[in-house]
Design a protein around this ligand. Structure first.
Ligand code: NI
Length: 181
């Protein structure tokens, strides 16, 4: 397992349930944080990572939903805001680096529009529909508001998934490990 997995905050941890502060200025520290998050995301083969998942309670997420060994297409979203979330709800199996070893089917709106700053301070618009990007945007932005994927489940299902997660942890699951449902 790659040492970068040790950088990932694994649940339960109160940092995963905390509202993150918006970023007032894009400082060298913020750029470094973006680099670190991208490294961690690629090392753990995730498609997205939010700052609280590396213990930094600020509003930044990194996403790359279609990288290969040869090609990377990273997005860094600073202070992202969901402008629109609509369309038919779609269920999709989600994993999370902070919940190693489990996959959770979650229903979310299929169409989303997000505004965010990039590392140059430019306002960017992201629109996604019926794809991994639409799911990933919502999942990662949730993290900035202290919401994890388990928070979308009804109590019984949530409790069952929490037990499954604890079993996976006890069996040695590490960030980046997912089950096959
Ligand atoms: Ni996550």
């Amino acid at each position: 397992m790659h040492p970068d997995t040790e950088d990932i905050v694994v649940a339960p941890d109160e940092r995963l349930n905390t509202e993150c502060a918006s970023i007032a200025e894009i400082t060298p520290e913020i750029r470094e944080l973006a680099e670190r998050m991208l490294e961690d995301m690629y090392a753990t083969e995730g498609c997205g990572l939010a700052a609280p998942q590396v213990g930094e309670l600020v509003q930044m997420v990194v996403i790359d939903v279609d990288y290969t060994d040869k090609k990377r297409n990273p997005y860094v979203l600073i202070n992202p805001e969901i402008i629109t979330a609509d369309g038919e709800e779609r269920e999709f199996p989600e994993g999370c680096l902070s919940f190693p070893g489990i996959t959770v089917r979650i229903s979310r709106p299929s169409h989303v529009v997000v505004h965010a700053l990039n590392l140059d301070g430019e306002l960017m618009r992201y629109e996604a529909e019926n794809n991994l990007m639409a799911v990933c945007l919502q999942h990662e932005i949730d993290h900035l508001h202290g919401v994890t994927m388990l928070d979308h489940l009804r109590p019984l299902k949530r409790a069952a998934k929490m037990r499954e997660f604890q079993d996976a942890l006890a069996a040695g699951a590490k960030p980046g490990d997912t089950d096959v449902e």
